[in-house]
Design a binder for this molecule. Structure first.
Ligand code: NDP
Ligand code: MG
Length: 352
């Protein structure tokens, strides 16, 4: 690929004009994974922050203990020049209905994921900015990196530019939460939403778990031990992914044996074959047409019958029991423990 084809702009600290945010008040709605990180990073950057939480919120004490001002979502939105919507995507439309009248002309609605704007679940007036700063990482890392003087890469997008300065303001926000330290790339709400949904369905969460389960079942059904099947098809995945993360596919191929490389190169496409590719294209079409979004919205309105059923089914898969036992027996599992989060939603939304 020539440099000309590689056209993406990456924004760093020097590209941000902090006067775009320094005199403003940011209302952070929600104090979960992203909310606590944005609120604390903004406050540490000297920006005036008010956290918006429901009356009976279990996060109120934590936010106050972190030195932040807490109000209801409506009061916070009234105070905010920028309203950062960091409650779960499924509850954002109802929270927006409650606060919509607090947005004054020239105020900003700020998101970390494009779902509700892109699929028209939230329709802001034309006189407010609608923009996105999406750290490509779970919130606890956004916070930890910031405290360690490091950054978290992020995405930026402008959906509606009422003031003519939406992008500059979003860049300043990205600066204040530490994203421009690492680098921020510009995208659109559509691209962010559709690639995010496709990626988590086809590859990251859906595709990979199916691959693991089917590999495991194939070995166990053929009479091999469950423990060996678990190690081969699940545990070793981390080593392979770490290599790809560090140096792309090439570093992985270089690190495995020639036998593994030859076997993988000749057999991989037979597993994930043209049929799988057609299925991926179908999945992408359902994302693009809004069919998936509508299904998920309807599912939520019905209190998630399919979600709970599939979740239980996944929890009861034999590989989970085998894994729990093996992880209890071996020392390697201890290392990763600190990384684990007790925030359930963090596992569900994978935007990082
Ligand atoms: P969380 O699930 O962590 O948000 C939890 C917060 O939302 C809590 O403070 C909770 O309040 C509040 N909340 C939940 N339900 C309601 C409700 N009905 N009314 C008012 N407040 C409510 O969200 P995330 O941080 O995971 O996601 C926020 C946004 O960031 C989403 O758009 C997501 O897609 C995006 N994003 C998430 C990433 C991640 O790693 N998690 C990565 C990048 C983007 P209470 O404290 O009262 O329970
Ligand atoms: Mg306001």
């Amino acid at each position: 690929m020539s440099d000309a084809e590689f056209t993406i702009d990456v924004y760093y600290d020097d590209d941000a004009d902090r006067s775009q945010i320094d005199d403003k008040t940011v209302a952070v709605l929600g104090y979960g994974s992203q909310g606590h990180a944005h609120a604390q990073n903004l406050a540490d950057s000297g920006v005036d922050v008010v956290v918006g939480l429901r009356e009976d919120s279990s996060s109120r004490d934590a936010a106050e203990a972190d030195g932040l001002r807490v109000a209801t979502p409506v009061e916070a939105a009234a105070q905010g020049d920028i309203v950062s919507v960091l409650v779960p995507d499924t509850v954002q439309p109802s929270v927006f209905e409650a606060i919509r009248d607090e947005l004054e002309p020239g105020n900003t609605l700020q998101f970390a994921h494009g779902f509700n704007i892109h699929y028209n679940q939230i329709r802001p007036r034309e006189d407010v900015n609608v923009q996105m700063v999406a750290p490509k990482s779970p919130g606890h890392l956004v916070r930890r990196n910031f405290e360690n003087d490091e950054g978290t890469p992020g995405l930026l997008a402008v959906y509606q530019d009422a003031t003519g300065e939406a992008k500059e303001e979003a860049l300043a926000y990205a600066h204040a939460i530490g994203c421009t330290r690492a680098g921020v790339i510009e995208t659109t709400f559509r691209e962010e939403t559709e690639t995010d949904l496709f990626g988590e369905q086809a590859v990251l969460c859906g595709g990979i778990t199916s691959l693991v389960k089917q590999g495991y079942e194939t070995l166990v059904d053929a009479g091999y031990s469950r423990e060996m099947a678990y190690f081969e098809c699940l545990n070793e995945l981390k080593l392979i992914v770490d290599l790809m993360y560090e140096g792309g596919l090439g570093e992985m191929w270089d690190s495995v044996s020639d036998t593994a490389e030859y076997g993988g190169l000749t057999r991989g496409d037979a597993v994930v074959d043209e049929h799988a590719r057609e299925n991926m294209e179908e999945i992408l079409e359902e994302v693009q047409s809004g069919e998936f979004a509508q299904e998920w919205i309807t599912e939520n309105q019905a209190n998630r019958p399919k979600y709970w059923q599939l979740r239980a089914q996944e929890e009861n898969h034999e590989i989970e029991e085998v894994g729990a036992r093996l992880r209890g027996l071996f020392a390697w599992a201890e290392e990763g423990e600190e990384e684990e989060t007790d925030d359930e939603d963090e596992k569900i939304t994978l935007n990082e």
